[in-house]
Design a binder for this molecule. Structure first.
Ligand SMILES: Cc1cc2nc3c(=O)[nH]c(=O)nc-3n(C[C@H](O)[C@H](O)[C@H](O)COP(=O)(O)OP(=O)(O)OC[C@H]3O[C@@H](n4cnc5c(N)ncnc54)[C@H](O)[C@@H]3O)c2cc1C
Length: 309
């Protein structure tokens, strides 16, 4: 059987690399399974202006490469493979990667979450360049521009309201008259003079050639009529999906699949910790993910000390 690692980290976004850096500096000789899309969500974005320490901003892939280097500098092994499944029924935990089995006293899960996209026609060519799923991240790039926000839940209302700080006009596109959002968020959006509404409409396709976003073709969900709606950008706010399938329900989650913390950053399984977007229904930022990666590594280190026998 392979050696038992003190800690195995699953995921290589800001949370995973930060956990690796802390666990490495604590001499825990961690291994990070970085996954097939190593570097995580920030590999998709060109400019990060809100991560402290980069006053001129930094490209996403560049920042993730630096985080990766920093983690490996402190002795973290980084393997660009996906974890297929884990067995948490007994300790040491088993981590299955292809036909290899790895053993660990503790696990840190930082597998992130994926924004749910509409997958309307032409969406892929405008992802990250015209269409975004994060107003906090990309809103400032749309100063004095007109944008649409697609969705009818709390996050759509919150993103639309937030975007009015920058944008000259924000139009909420929602496919039905009933809103999932709370009344208070809906009222706040309704009373905002910069917000307009396209109710009973959904996006059929996106307009413009690659690198030149022009708007959307909207279809009326009642009459079926189509119209072109021209604008400078679009924000899709129809939810996120945390990546937890490889856990096969062995760790307690909320009803949307986000991992729940039980004691500090520890999950319902003693010795299994989690951080970043896979637990975070609220902030979903690189800096908060990095902070939670740090918390998980410190908690894992203390747990190992307390449970060493
Ligand atoms: C387009 C875009 C722009 C953004 N811009 C900003 C910004 O400007 N500022 C900001 O603060 N935030 C921004 N964000 C949000 C930020 O990217 C996330 O909050 C942050 O990346 C979350 O980090 P994380 O470590 O939790 O997860 P992620 O970055 O999602 O990383 C998850 C990791 O888990 C790995 N993984 C998944 N499943 C497995 C598996 N089975 N086995 C092994 N590995 C696995 C993936 O390969 C990936 O490496 C942006 C997000 C997007 C999508």
């Amino acid at each position: 059987m392979p050696d038992v690692r003190e800690v195995i980290i699953i995921g290589s976004g800001p949370a995973g690399y930060t956990a690796g850096l802390y666990a490495g500096r604590a001499m825990l000789k961690p291994i990070i399974f970085a996954g097939f899309s190593s570097g995580g969500q920030l590999m998709l974005t060109s400019d990060i202006e809100n991560f402290p320490g980069y006053p001129e901003g930094i490209g996403g892939p560049e920042m993730m490469m630096e985080l990766r280097l920093q983690a490996s500098k402190f002795g973290c092994d980084i393997v660009d493979k996906n974890v297929d499944s884990v067995d948490l029924s007994e300790r040491p935990f088993k981590v299955n990667v292809g036909d290899e089995i790895h053993l660990a006293k503790t696990l840190i899960v930082t597998t992130g979450a994926e924004a749910i996209w509409l997958n309307a026609e032409n969406e892929s060519i405008h992802k990250g360049r015209g269409i975004s799923t994060c107003a906090t991240c990309d809103g400032a790039f749309f100063r004095d521009k007109e944008v649409i926000v697609v969705g009818g839940g709390d996050s759509a209302m919150e993103e639309a309201t937030f975007l009015t700080r920058f944008c000259s006009k924000v139009t909420i596109v929602h496919r039905r008259e009933v809103f999932r959002s709370s009344q208070i968020m809906l009222e706040r959006a309704r009373s905002n003079p910069k917000i307009e509404w396209k109710i009973n409409y959904q996006v059929k396709s996106w307009l413009g050639m690659e690198g030149n976003f022009e708007g959307a073709t909207l279809v009326n969900t009642e009459s079926g009529e189509e119209e072109n709606f021209f604008c400078d950008g679009a924000f899709i706010a129809i939810g996120h999906k945390p990546i937890t399938n490889f856990l096969s329900g062995q760790v307690e989650t909320d009803d949307q699949g986000y991992i729940l913390w039980k004691e500090n950053s520890m999950t319902s399984v003693p010795g299994v910790f989690a951080g970043g977007d896979v637990v975070d229904t609220r902030y979903r930022q690189a800096i908060t993910a990095a902070g939670m990666g740090c918390m998980a590594a410190i908690d894992a280190e203390r747990w190992i000390e307390d449970n060493a026998h």
